[in-house]
Design a protein around this ligand. Structure first.
Ligand code: ZN
Length: 304
């Protein structure tokens, strides 16, 4: 199966935005783009919006790796091209702020949510999906898989995938990022067998160590200046990043960087046994729906 309806819509909106900001090559046909919706009009009216330059489809067969910090085999970005990635969400306030900043610039990113966060805040993750971003996974509980047995690590990966898929209630991407970028070789092999692409990064913003948005902006811009292009790792979980993003995106635009959106050729297939495990976890807090009056009854009242 190729792109889903949501992705197609996202691509259309993204391309319309790119056309509006004149970042597509001359002669590119945009006639197939549907009538603009409200979001597109906002983008079209903003000449300072980044817009998408390219959308690349990833065939995840065999679990290809991306991000030169660990994987060198696929150097697909052109000079000045940037892929934005956000880990550890979804989280109240910060993730919606990141979404708003991305929408204002008519661009798409890739998110790597944590399974537990996804089932705590499914409504936020659904907003990420509705905005047309790619949604990969980042384990169930953000465990360091290099310290886990193969069985435990597999459960972390698969429960994370099932939880994110369940929260989105729609297609997700077979994209995965290891917590702390620790890649145990046997789990790299496992992901290859599952046809899930592995994302490291070209530039780690280290935004999780920062409290001030200016620090995040400086970190990303200085690393980009050095590398010239690449996949950038940030965290929608982090307040400083959410605050930094509007100005960071303005600076990317001002410095001539271009945004590339990575989408999967086919959606992630979750495994039924792990779907069931997540369903059980998800139901734990509400396992009893009996009214309090039927659970607790006063049998003796002491005289006051
Ligand atoms: Zn993380």
């Amino acid at each position: 199966m190729r792109a889903t309806a949501a992705w197609v819509l996202a691509l259309s909106v993204g391309l319309a935005a790119a056309a509006a900001s004149q970042t597509l090559p001359p002669g590119t046909k945009t006639a197939a783009v549907p009538a603009p919706n409200t979001a597109t009009v906002t983008c079209a009216n903003n000449p300072n919006a980044l817009g998408l330059t390219r959308i690349v489809e990833v065939d995840t067969t065999g679990g290809p790796g991306f991000g030169f910090e660990h994987f060198k085999e696929h150097d697909f970005l052109r000079p000045k091209e940037v892929v934005l990635t956000f880990d550890d969400g979804p989280w109240p306030n910060n993730t919606p702020a990141v979404l708003a900043a991305l929408a204002a610039h008519c661009i798409k990113a890739t998110f790597f949510p944590i399974g537990k966060h996804a089932i705590w805040h499914p409504e936020i993750l659904k907003q990420v999906a509705a905005a047309g971003h790619s949604i990969g996974t980042h384990t169930w509980s953000h465990a360091d898989l290099s310290k886990k047995s193969k069985e435990e690590a597999t459960r972390e990966i698969e429960m994370g995938a099932s939880a994110v898929h369940m929260a989105v209630a729609g297609p997700t991407a077979p994209f995965f990022r290891f917590p702390a970028l620790r890649h145990p070789p046997e789990m790299v092999t496992y992901l290859g067998q599952r046809n899930i692409a592995i994302f490291s990064c070209d530039m780690d913003s280290f935004d999780f160590t920062m409290r001030k948005p200016e620090q995040v902006i400086r970190s990303v811009m200085s690393k980009l200046e050095k590398h010239g292009k690449g996949i950038i790792l940030m965290h929608d979980f982090q307040h400083a990043t959410a605050e930094a993003l509007p100005e960071l995106l303005n600076q990317l635009k001002a410095n001539g960087y271009k945004i590339v959106h990575m989408v999967p050729k086919a959606p992630l297939q979750t495994l039924a046994e792990y779907d069931e495990m997540v369903q059980k976890e998800n139901k734990l807090p509400t396992v009893s729906s009996r009214p309090t009056s039927s659970v607790i009854r006063t049998i003796t009242e002491m005289p006051q």
